[in-house]
Design a protein around this ligand. Sequence first.
Ligand SMILES: CC(C)(COP(=O)(O)OP(=O)(O)OC[C@H]1O[C@@H](n2cnc3c(N)ncnc32)[C@H](O)[C@@H]1OP(=O)(O)O)[C@@H](O)C(=O)NCCC(=O)NCCS
Length: 177
Amino acid sequence: MTLIKIRPVKKEDHKEVYKFQCKYSEKESFEKFKKRVRENSSNYLCAFDKKILVGICYGQPSKFDKKSIQLQGIAVHLEKKYARKGIGTKLIKKFENVVKKRGYNRIDLGSADDKKVEKFYLKNKFKPYEIKAKGRNHFLIEKQKVKNYEEGLKQKEKLRNKYHPKEVIFIFEKRIH
Ligand SMILES: CC(C)(COP(=O)(O)OP(=O)(O)OC[C@H]1O[C@@H](n2cnc3c(N)ncnc32)[C@H](O)[C@@H]1OP(=O)(O)O)[C@@H](O)C(=O)NCCC(=O)NCCS
């Protein structure tokens, strides 16, 4: 694979990045997207293979902890040429460097309810510390602390059987030094 370059989003990328975000990560209006990018452009990273946009990773300061950044989305182009080739890992590493330089010491995130994605975060040394059972429109049904991933998987199954929720997700964190 050719060299992947990662840099913060620029104004001229907005339309393309917005389309990519809506396709692979989070859907929102273009106005909301522009506001998100305006407020946190250095925390919105894009990966390019020459001129082709192949990945994004973005976040914003946590509302609950002023030393934490919440990673809100990460996505890599699904084409075979790009998927599972280390682009997501590169994006996370760069994201960690950026937020560290800005004085944060922790990244917090809610994973997709998908073992492939959970494995991706574990591989990148994120630690699961909580699970959340959620209903429609992200309604929180119940949350529980977890000691580790294996225990968390068992707890997830119990919550699924108890509530039949829309999803049960892991919350991960990583301390950055
Ligand atoms: C999660 C995602 C960003 C990973 O990006 P990536 O560039 O493919 O990941 P990397 O190549 O850096 O890391 C690969 C690791 O992730 C996990 N992984 C990724 N895809 C996987 C798959 N299809 N099957 C199993 N494990 C997978 C594995 O741990 C893998 O390591 P391995 O290949 O050594 O087994 C990407 O799959 C994606 O965009 N998914 C859709 C969007 C999404 O769900 N984002 C997360 C929202 S919380």
